[in-house]
Design a protein around this ligand. Structure first.
Ligand code: GLA
Length: 672
């Protein structure tokens, strides 16, 4: 893959650095000081206007864009580029007063009123009309402004309004279903409406899965999740198309949220809609904290097709929206930012530049905290600016292929999050992160990929809980294994098709023959229950299967519980030397790492020196005849890594690179 810098208008190849900048919260005399401080911190780019609608359009027929023009001029004079938001994220009070029909409605029929943000229906034609009028104003007024390098559509589309159950949503859902199924009869077949007397006679009888006496029809729920993601994507397309028509030379992005709430947007189907993939990420303190961060960055890289992307938001220190909001500890600010760079981010931005004194986010950290620039946070942020400047040679390099791929699938996430399953203790994303962490414990690199990505060249493919497997997906996975690839699928994978209908003949239907096993009944575990395995020192929780082995070797057996003595982990070797393994329970920590190691094909392993495996994460970016090795200390103990290469960031002591607690080093090396 050639070196591909972010396509920002008029920018060179560098790692951009900056923040959301909300000058409207401050008197004008602060603005000039802001720009001076930005320069001091090494800021190169600012995202402006994200929540400015009410000031830009104070009434239906009144516009005030001059102040924003002044901000853009000021930033440009200071050498700071602008990512200009279309400002449509939060509608102004005059709009929702005149048009309460734009307000979203939850599943219980409750209106979500103004007072917060994002109180708009993705399918409201009234909202769309007003939003596009604003977008057009901004594009015509600022499209030629020399500061403008990218458009930022809306903000975190779907952060608070992803699932809207209003009448607008109902009407749009029917249109979406009509396109998908063609006829009410086909809809009935797909939704299995013969069950519980749900057969529809006419389209207008079909509704979103509003609050009902029981959980709604599972296919209705799954289709509503898909529709809701598509409806927000439609909004993205509408703004983007208008922007492209007026300013074809300005790239368009919108910030994804590849964690938490992101379960509601299928970003695999969004990534192709933007000129630059961007993502927001906030660390959730706890076990696997760094692995989750790395996983999210890695998945964003996968969505970007291995090309560079933009970290649009993260925090310099505490956020304000978790139950307890911990300040970042020494080294965390740089580690978090550089972990994103390691996985392909060529722009590193924070929410936000200056910490607010008022409003809902006044206790959220910023580059300039309440304490002012004479603070550790500002000094750390400025130090990061210098580091990113020094990492300019990395910009444009793409992801160096890992030996292992981990598949990530929104359909399977949504389908396994429903009720009325064999267990409601399933956690799709948690399992994915745990498998990712297991390989990190071994020092083995993994590429996180959308589930239907090209698997060519991967020695091992891990599919945690890949529940939804239609014919095409089953064929692709079978083809991969028959071509010599090694596949690992875990419990509850391959059970249903794209309609959430169960594959018949024994589980895991779509993958049964490939795996050489047959399961007649699931045997999930109760809360607090666990079962031992005779290998890997492991204890399984959440789930077990009663496996009949048809054509596979047994890698581990249960030592207790209902399935004692039966297979827990199996592997079938296919004709071409490939294999397909099944893991029927949730393992964690060293046991999962032990299993992951056993599943690695011969010759596939860590590129790190043995003594630091597990302590250090390795991510590789590949440039033009050169590689950049990012070493991230996953622990709080200092560690020395013996590796040659020119140090772009970090400290070398003789043959070793020294990483302090949470430390990061970047080496420029010749490709192997
Ligand atoms: C999101 C939003 C920002 C801000 C941050 C706070 O990412 O896009 O406007 O609210 O969360 O963490």
């Amino acid at each position: 893959m050639p070196v591909t810098p972010l396509p920002l208008r008029g920018r060179g190849t560098r790692i951009e650095y900056g923040a959301d900048y909300n000058p409207e919260q401050w008197p004008r005399e602060v603005w000039a000081r802001d720009v001076a401080l930005m320069r001091e911190a090494g800021v190169t780019i600012a995202t402006v206007g994200v929540f400015s609608w009410a000031l830009l359009q104070p009434a239906a027929d009144a516009w005030d864009l001059d102040w924003l023009g002044d901000v853009l001029d000021l930033l440009h004079d200071g050498g700071i580029a602008v990512d200009l938001a279309t400002a449509t994220a939060s509608p102004p009070p005059w709009l929702t007063t005149a048009h309460p029909e734009v307000l979203p409605v939850d599943a219980d029929g409750r209106t979500l009123w103004p007072g917060g943000r994002q109180h708009w229906r993705p399918t409201s034609p009234v909202f769309r009309r007003h939003a596009l009028a604003l977008v057009e104003r901004l594009a015509r007024r600022f499209g030629d402004h020399p500061a403008l390098v990218a458009w930022h559509v809306n903000n975190e589309l779907g952060c608070h309004n992803a699932h809207d159950y209003s009448d607008d949503a109902a009407a749009a859902f029917r249109v979406w279903l009509r396109e998908r199924y063609g006829s009410v009869g086909a809809l009935n077949a797909a939704w299995g409406t013969a069950f519980w007397s749900q057969s529809y006679g006419r389209w207008d009888e079909v509704l979103p899965p509003r609050l009902a006496p029981t959980p709604a029809n599972p296919t209705q729920q799954l289709d509503f999740a898909r529709f809701s993601s598509d409806a927000l994507r439609e909004h993205l397309r509408a703004e983007r198309d208008l922007l492209r028509a007026i300013t074809p030379d300005v790239p368009v992005t919108t910030n994804f949220m590849v964690m938490g709430e992101a379960s509601r947007m299928d970003y695999a189907s969004w990534a192709g809609e933007v000129d630059v993939v961007s993502n927001d990420h906030y660390v959730r303190p706890g076990r696997h904290e760094h692995d989750e961060l790395s996983f999210s960055a890695n998945l964003t890289g996968g969505l970007a097709g291995g090309r560079p992307w933009w970290l649009m938001e993260h925090s310099t220190s505490a956020v304000n929206w978790q139950k307890v909001n911990r300040a970042k500890r020494p080294g965390e600010l740089a580690r978090d930012a550089l972990t994103h760079v390691a996985h392909g981010a060529d722009a590193i931005c924070f929410f936000q530049w200056r910490q607010s004194t008022a409003g809902a986010e006044r206790f959220h950290s910023a580059m300039v905290p309440h304490a002012g620039p004479d603070s550790a946070v500002f000094r750390d942020a400025a130090a990061l600016g210098s580091v990113l400047d020094a990492l300019a040679p990395v910009a444009g390099s793409h992801r160096g292929r890992a030996p292992v791929a981990l598949l990530f699938d929104w359909d399977s996430w949504w389908a396994t999050a429903q009720e009325f399953l064999p267990s409601t203790r399933l956690d799709y994303r948690r399992d994915a992160v745990e498998w990712y962490a297991a390989f990190a414990d071994l020092g083995v690199r993994v590429d996180v990929l959308p589930a239907d990505a090209d698997l060519t060249g991967y020695a091992l493919v891990v599919a945690p809980m890949l529940h939804v497997v239609d014919g095409a997906r089953a064929l692709r996975l079978t083809g991969y294994v028959e071509g010599g690839g090694h596949l690992v699928a875990t419990y509850f994978s391959g059970i249903v098709d794209e309609r959430a209908h169960v594959h018949l003949g024994g589980y895991p239907g779509a993958l049964r023959d490939l795996l050489g096993i047959r399961i007649e009944e699931f045997t999930p575990l109760l809360d607090g229950e666990s079962v031992g395995l005779d290998a890997f020192g492991g204890t399984g929780t959440v789930w077990t299967d009663r496996i009949d082995v048809v054509d596979a070797e047994v890698l581990a057996r249960y030592t207790g519980g209902e399935n004692a003595g039966r297979a827990a982990v199996t592997r079938r070797t296919a004709a071409g030397g490939g294999s397909a393994a099944w893991v029927s329970t949730r393992l964690q920590g060293p046991a999962l790492a032990g299993l992951a190691e056993r599943l690695l094909p011969p010759g596939v392993g860590s590129d790190l020196p043995p003594q630091v495996r597990g302590h250090v994460e390795l991510a590789v970016r590949a440039g033009d005849g050169v590689e950049f090795w990012f070493l991230v200390n996953r622990t709080t103990d200092p560690v020395e890594v013996e590796l040659d290469g020119e140090v772009l960031h970090g400290t070398r002591e003789g043959p070793a690179v020294r990483l302090g607690p949470r430390g990061v080093a970047v080496l420029r090396r010749d490709p192997a």
